[in-house]
Design a protein around this ligand. Structure first.
Ligand code: ADP
Ligand code: MG
Length: 435
């Protein structure tokens, strides 16, 4: 047994079997490259590297010192990048082709306040093609479900035997230029003007592209004239897309324009649960809640997180628990505590609770402001290095006795009031998650 193995054997006796089997067992000692003051170990993947470096390297160094009477630095390195690629594959497999994605169905789409208007519009169009709202224009930020929703309608139409074209502006443009080059415009027009349903994604990319705008305009006129259903998505309202022909812009608004907003906490939880069900990943309530509070709004991140958790847990043969989740999400969360100031925290809380930052720092006794102030003070105390007198000064309190009294009060509330505690937890997660 070499010295590295001996050290790990000793460590085995000092930690729980679970921890040993999860992490330490996977380490191998590099006897060739290690020296009397540097010990090199390899771990099978980045997660184990991070985890062990953080949690065990001091202990391992200490054991080396005990055994060799030498101060030894510990280096944990990635064995090779095989694992990395397999994770990448899991993620890449999810990002599909331009065709309709079957899992983008209405039943897989979770509805909440943030998206119910868009949902209702698209759903009703799917039940009555071309007859209710035509066109439908859905707009909203990245990863909020625009493509999913539009494709859900597309899937319904396709199942009814209709000819559905789903395309992005980019593909439409490629198809168009290719047709010009190959002298096949006839066929291009036949295809786009004779379909039953036309779905075009990411309209903002039409900006300042005149030729394709003109082509789309005529395509639109032809389909609309035949009462064929048309849907568009974009990242902003048609009025806000610069470099669009006026006549096209006005056509976009002819039917119904609906926005999708970032999901509320409950909707995020519902989406995560749905994705778990689809991807057959089992997560506890606690973990689902944690993920929901940590990711800001982009729902696409959820899928990335789930694939990552799933892949890591498979690779390492471990169950997904909260500590494991936190560790896997570390890069995602980008814990940026160092840059947090009382000011930035106050602004964040104020925005979340829909009041003014100045109100938080005022002497107002109104209920919602006192609530916001308590949360802000607590988070500032937790996440910044400010002293009691500094906190007192910033929040307009007499002295540090006043602030320590307030903090005591907040701690009591956290014990008693579950909702209050959850709100603090949610905001803390969000604040540390925002880069
Ligand atoms: P967008 O087109 O707005 O950028 P997508 O439609 O591609 O966003 O959605 C990104 C991911 O999030 C997809 O996997 C989609 O299924 C999922 N998603 C977004 N909103 C919801 C929702 N309300 N319910 C279920 N999944 C959703
Ligand atoms: Mg999209």
């Amino acid at each position: 047994m070499n010295i590295g193995q001996k050290v790990l054997e000793t460590l085995k006796e000092e930690i729980s079997e679970l921890e040993y089997n999860r992490y330490i067992k996977h380490l191998s000692y590099d006897i060739k490259k290690s020296t009397s003051d540097l010990a090199i170990f390899y771990a099978p993947n980045a997660l184990v590297v991070n985890w062990i470096s953080k949690k065990y390297s001091q202990k391992i160094a200490h054991l080396f010192e005990v055994k060799t009477q030498n101060k030894v630095s510990i280096k944990i390195m990635l064995k090779n990048s095989v694992e990395k690629t397999s994770i990448k594959k899991v993620v890449e497999a999810k990002q599909g082709s331009s065709l309709l994605n079957k899992s983008h169905s209405f039943s897989n789409f979770m509805v909440g306040g943030s998206n119910q208007f868009a949902y209702a519009a698209v759903k009703s169009a799917s039940e009555n093609a071309g007859k209710t709202y035509n066109p439908i224009f859905i707009y909203g930020g990245v990863g909020l479900g625009k493509t999913h929703l539009m494709q859900a309608a597309g899937n319904v139409f396709q199942n009814e035997g209709k000819t559905v074209i789903y395309t992005t502006v980019e593909q439409f443009l490629n198809d168009f230029t290719r047709s010009i080059r190959n002298n096949t415009m006839e066929r291009f027009r036949e295809k786009y003007r004779k379909c039953d349903v036309l779905l075009i994604d990411d309209i903002q990319f039409l900006s300042n592209k005149e030729g394709i705008q003109e082509e789309l305009f005529h395509t639109f006129e032809s389909l609309k004239g035949d009462d064929k259903q048309i849907m568009f998505t974009a990242d902003k309202h048609p009025k806000k897309i610069a470099g669009l022909e006026a006549r096209l812009q006005s056509r976009f608004e002819w039917g119904l324009v609906a926005d999708i907003q970032p999901p509320e906490l409950e909707t995020k939880i519902a989406i995560i649960n749905k994705k778990c069900e689809i991807n057959k990943v089992a997560l506890s309530k606690e973990i689902v809640h944690y993920i929901a509070t940590v990711i800001d709004s982009n729902v696409r991140e959820i899928e990335g997180i789930l694939s990552k958790l799933h892949a890591y847990s498979q690779l390492m043969h471990v169950d997904i628990d909260l500590a494991f989740t936190k560790n896997v999400l570390k890069d995602q969360i980008n814990e940026n505590k160092k840059n947090l100031t009382m000011e930035s925290i106050t602004q964040f809380v104020a925005k979340d609770l829909n009041i003014k930052p100045s109100e938080i720092r005022s002497k107002s006794r109104s209920k919602n402001i006192v609530y916001a102030r308590r949360i802000t003070i607590y988070i500032c105390r937790e996440l910044t290095q400010n002293t009691m007198p500094q906190l007192a000064q910033y929040f307009g309190m007499k002295d540090h006795t006043a602030i320590s009294h307030t903090i005591k009060k907040i701690n009591e509330l956290i014990e008693k009031d579950e909702e209050f505690r959850l709100k603090i937890e949610e905001l803390t997660n969000k604040i540390t998650a925002t880069p």
